[in-house]
Design a binder for this molecule. Structure first.
Ligand code: HEC
Length: 137
């Protein structure tokens, strides 16, 4: 008698658990990207763009609040290939070479960009490594 009840109840609980864990799998992945992204931003970008992303005077443009945040693909390209020549960021002119970051893998770029958008782009999305693969192909 008890067995008859336990089995279906266990089934329902198991289904509910797998439903919620499906959602949080995505969130766990996002949190992992962000945690890695913070570290990699601090090690590879903060020297110039500063920890708070606000840039440095007329030398290094800000990422926080930058109008480049509207162009995710350009940001991915700039990280991998660097950027040279005068550019306008929020209407202000900058002209210093940013070195290409060839040592960063596509996954590391994905983590950094996910962090940038979570921190300064008001976004809850993952910038997946598959997306970075596609943009840099
Ligand atoms: C050696 C200094 C330096 C490092 C390190 C560096 N950048 Fe830059 N970055 C610059 C400069 C300088 C520019 C502007 C280039 C120009 O004037 O053409 C720039 C431009 C940019 C831009 C476009 C403009 C803006 O501010 O929105 C983005 C986005 C960016 N960098 C992101 C990054 C990220 C992410 C990293 C780390 C992976 C990084 N940079 C590492 C110096 C640097």
């Amino acid at each position: 008698m008890i067995k008859k009840i336990v089995a279906p109840v266990a089934f329902v609980i198991a289904s509910l658990l797998s439903l919620t864990s499906c959602q949080s799998q995505e969130e766990i992945k996002r949190q992992k990207y962000i945690t890695e992204g913070i570290l990699k931003y601090q090690n590879n970008c903060a020297n110039c763009h500063q920890r708070d992303g606000k840039g440095l005077a007329a030398l290094y443009p800000p990422i926080a609040g930058s109008d480049y945040l509207a162009h995710k693909d350009s940001i991915i390209h700039i990280i991998r290939h660097g950027q040279q020549g005068p550019i306008l960021v929020n209407g202000k002119r900058y002209n210093r070479p940013m070195p290409a970051q060839m040592h960063l893998s596509n996954l590391e770029i994905a983590e950094i960009v996910t962090y940038i958008y979570a921190e300064w782009g008001n976004s809850n999305d993952i910038v997946d490594v598959k997306y970075v693969d596609k943009v840099l192909k």
